[in-house]
Write a protein that binds this ligand. Structure first.
Ligand SMILES: *Cc1c(COP(=O)(O)O)cnc(C)c1O
Length: 887
């Protein structure tokens, strides 16, 4: 992180003099720009008039009157103290891991000061709050991010350097927190960063899984799943809050009382314990919170069994409780229909609502005022059960009448849809619901009855419509449609890109749209520019800041347009290429280290990284590479010289139960082995599969890609966010007219993106033609036949994948798009080879046009159109030295 003067503009001279500034040299200007924790004696937030009259509180205030100081010596002291006092290490033998841990704790102290002050300030201002409910938070590593946001990286780097540690090495020591599957979970993490940065009083709520997303190994070309016990070496960022715990009930039965309430009793009661993770904003004094729940047995519950000396029964109860927060379901867009999953959903939602309502009630007022102070955003259907839980609390505990409760509930919830694929829309069987959450099922029936009455009035006699709209799906086993509950029980429903929202209105929920057009909104996803450019690509970020003579793009990402002014400047172009080339060299070394494959940084790096799924069409890519392989073999020496060397990099996990996705991984690895070991190919084509795709790996790859593939069948990818990450880093996109690709094209200009294939409307038409005699593209047929011939790989191993395209089964239209994909890839080659300057300018245009895709923009829109919350920036701390004596 480079130095910033008090105006937020770094001194150009220091930047020009030393190309690698930010390497630990402290500029005086830095110290004038305090962020979190403050050099010298900055007074803690002080609005404690009342407290100061209370002598006991006055003493407490005096005791922690100033923030932890941020001079090098104080930071060092803080780090070494943590090594000794918190980690019980001998301070003369601290290794990299302990240093990383101790540095994290030293930083955490500073974050907690700001965190406490922020929460106190929100409370004092009685702000309206947003709660972002998500079953997934894909946070990745935190040390660099927190240091960057707190503007303390340079100081910590310098402090550690004197102690003999290289901060870059310490970053690698940290565990990558993967409490999520993919895009949906990473979106939640980016949103937290933006909410804090924009001073929005917003907290995240989720589950503290003991085991996050499985670690992927690739052995013999196959995916092997290894448990991710990410807490094995502790987690310095979380604070266990034994003081914040709530009971959560399952099973049992209820009886209706005369006053309209119901009494739910029996069954099993467990506890939810809070773990807090501070979320610092960038360039602000605000620090928000991510609260994750852990499940524990209820103390009094097992006591009974113990008293009867029924030891095993007590242990069993303990196991049943802890199982709830034990593992993240590794599903991606597919349904995980397990009782335990429903338990997880209810568990975290119940604890969250109790917590939010307790906070609301700290000020005495009517529960009916809840919507003016609280908004819950539901990240997909996973937390939608919150709607029924809120109704239960309002009716059974707060004594509201049904319609009053419905009104309050509806005004508190907004639901984000993340998929158009019918097989991914969450449903729960009524019998399961009835046994696990009997009271909630009854409430859902009541909500549904009320809703269908409305529909019946508007569309008398249309029973088909009633059946289609009903929250309950009829059938041999009745099902609760969670998406319908989400729409009926909330005041806003949003899609995550323009096309996706359009499809929600016209294809997925057209009859709901007709009923409530005002409820449907679009909120195109975004990514945080802190992690996805400033931190993951410091070289490019430095070039950008220097040429813009400002780093305010980090907060106002649209300012990136300013670099277009220099797009034709050869010096700027040279620096741009050099920064990107350096990133490629680093990735090349990493690839060699991990896979043993030698790749050249001068080759085109062509990247396809995301969850493995048929709709994302890794298959289209790998089959085209077989075609390319054959094509290269067919060339004479002169033509070979014309060929652009390519390194094709795949990464991504397959859900363990998703056989076809695992087959695709195996095909990629098998084909890769053949191509990489064929001496005739040389460096013209390398195929690399990097195992264990996660946030840290994404950060490496994003900064080093020349082109990136986002080639889902049009109409299937809701938005995509990695397309935004790549574009922001100056990587060109090869993509279909799907999800946010369409908006990226609008922003960067159609001449700066490689779009191919059928559009969403054409996909609908083409699919109608799918029947057993549906013909496959000739080139594709040749590729399939070659694989089947056994000339490359053991044919039996891949029959299932190949057959999935034949006989009208090619639902994702690999064949229909094959030709236009090959042509587009040829065009990619030509531009890269014949017009390097054009390529470079396209790259610059991609970064320049990515401003819209900041999650700051997304969060501002949510804030304005849905949440209706005001930002609440914490005041700047007072410096007693310059403002007289405090207290
Ligand atoms: C951004 C991101 C994703 C989402 O990628 P898409 O290509 O948009 O599906 C998934 N996983 C990780 C680790 C990410 O960082």
């Amino acid at each position: 992180m480079q130095a910033r003067t008090p105006t937020g503009i770094e001194t150009p001279s220091s930047g020009l003099a030393s190309p690698s500034f930010g390497s630990g040299v402290l500029t005086p200007s830095y110290q004038q720009k305090p962020r979190l924790g403050h050099p010298g004696s900055f007074s803690r937030l002080r609005d404690l008039d009342e407290e100061q009259r209370d002598p006991k509180k006055k003493l407490l205030f005096e005791l922690l009157k100033v923030y932890s100081p941020n001079d090098i010596r104080s930071i060092q002291e803080s780090i070494v103290k943590h090594a000794e006092y918190s980690l019980a290490r001998n301070r003369y033998s601290i290794d990299d891991f302990v240093a990383c841990e101790a540095a994290a704790l030293a930083l955490r102290d500073r974050l907690l000061e700001s965190w406490n002050d922020t929460q106190q300030y929100y409370m004092k201002k009685d702000v309206k709050r947003v709660y972002y409910l998500s079953l997934e938070f894909l946070m990745g590593r935190s040390l660099k991010n927190a240091l960057t946001n707190a503007n303390l990286e340079e100081l910590f780097a310098a402090s550690l350097k004197e102690l003999g540690f290289d901060i870059e090495k310490l970053y690698e020591q940290e565990y990558d927190a993967a409490l999520g599957n993919g895009g949906l979970g990473r979106l939640a993490a980016c949103f937290l960063d933006s909410m804090a940065t924009l001073n929005v009083p917003g907290w995240g709520y989720g589950i503290r899984y003991e085991y996050g997303m499985f670690r992927q190994k690739v052995i013999g070309g196959e995916q092997i799943e290894v448990p991710d016990y990410w807490l094995s070496r502790g987690n310095p960022w979380e604070i266990e809050r034994l003081d914040v715990c709530y009971p959560v009930r399952f099973y049992g039965s209820f009886e209706r009382l005369a006053d309209g309430r119901a009494l739910w009793t029996g069954g099993e009661v467990i506890q939810a314990i809070a773990f807090d993770v501070p979320v610092p904003g960038y360039d602000t004094y605000n620090t928000n919170n991510l609260r994750l729940w852990k499940a524990l047995p209820f103390k009094e519950f097992d006591l009974d069994a113990f008293n009867r000396a029924d030891y095993y029964k007590a242990i069993e109860a303990e196991e049943r409780a802890t199982a709830i927060s034990a593992v993240l379901y590794p599903s991606d867009g597919t349904l995980a229909g397990k009782e335990l999953r429903l338990k997880q959903e209810y568990f975290f939602v119940s604890a969250t609502l109790q917590d939010a309502i307790r906070r609301f009630k700290k000020i005495p007022r009517s529960i009916k005022e809840l919507p003016s102070k609280v908004c819950f955003q539901l990240n997909d259907t996973h937390p939608v059960i919150a709607i029924a839980e809120m109704m239960r609390i309002l009716i059974d505990h707060e004594g509201l009448k049904f319609l009053e409760a419905l009104e309050v509930t509806r005004s508190c919830f907004a639901y984000t849809n993340h998929t158009v694929m019918p097989e991914a829309l969450e449903k729960w069987s009524v019998p399961l619901f009835e046994s696990l959450l009997p009271r909630h099922l009854a409430i859902i029936y009541d909500i549904n009855f009320n809703f269908l009455e409305q529909v019946r009035k508007k569309y008398p006699g249309d029973d088909g419509k009633l059946a289609r709209l009903s929250i309950i799906e009829e059938g041999s086993v009745k099902m609760v449609r969670m998406a319908h509950l989400g729409i009926v029980g909330s005041f806003a429903v949003n899609g995550v890109a323009e096309l996706h929202t359009q499809l929600l209105k016209t294809q997925v929920f057209p009859e709901f749209y007709e009923l409530w057009p005002h409820k449907f909104q679009n909120k195109t996803n975004g990514i945080t520019p802190r992690r996805w450019l400033l931190e993951c690509n410091p070289a490019l970020a430095e070039v950008i800041s220097r040429w813009l003579e400002s780093d305010s793009w980090v907060k106002y990402l649209s300012e990136l347009r300013g670099i277009l002014e220099h797009a034709d400047n050869p010096e700027f172009q040279r620096e741009w290429s050099e920064a990107r080339l350096e990133n490629k060299r680093r990735l090349a070394a990493f690839i060699h280290q991990v896979t043993g494959i030698q790749v050249e940084a001068g080759a085109m790096f062509d990247v396809h990284v995301k969850r493995i799924h048929e709709y994302k069409r890794q298959l289209l890519n790998i089959l085209s590479l077989v075609h390319r392989y054959q094509y290269i073999l067919s060339l004479d020496e002169a033509s070979r010289k014309q060929m652009v060397p390519r390194v094709v990099i795949f990464a991504g996990k397959a859900a363990p139960g998703y056989k076809m996705a695992k087959n695709i991984i195996r095909l990629i690895n098998d084909i890769g082995r053949v191509v990489n070991n064929d001496g005739r190919i040389g460096n013209l084509l390398k195929i690399v599969f990097l195992p264990n795709y996660n946030v840290s790996l994404a950060e490496r790859i994003v900064a080093a890609a020349d082109i990136s593939q986002h080639i889902s069948t049009a109409g299937t990818e809701a938005s995509g966010t990695s397309n935004m990450k790549f574009s922001l880093n100056g990587c060109l996109i090869v993509g279909t007219l799907d999800g946010a690709n369409i908006e990226i094209r609008e922003e960067v200009g159609e001449e700066n993106i490689f779009i191919f294939g059928l559009n969403a409307e054409q996909v609908v038409e083409e699919r109608k033609k799918l029947d057993p005699s549906y013909p496959l593209n000739d080139k594709l047929t040749k590729v399939l036949e070659l694989i089947e011939s056994g000339a490359l790989v053991d044919p039996g191993k891949h029959q299932e994948v190949l057959d999935s395209l034949r006989g009208g089964r090619d639902w994702y239209l690999v064949s229909a798009d094959f030709e236009s994909y090959l042509q587009m890839q040829q065009q990619v080659d030509e531009v890269f080879r014949d017009h390097p300057e054009t390529w470079l300018k396209m790259s610059i245009h991609c970064t320049a046009g990515s401003g819209k895709f900041s999650s700051d923009r997304t969060i501002s829109e949510y804030t304005r159109d849905i949440w209706r919350v005001e930002p609440c920036p914490c005041p700047e701390p007072v410096c007693p030295d310059s403002h007289g004596i405090v207290v």
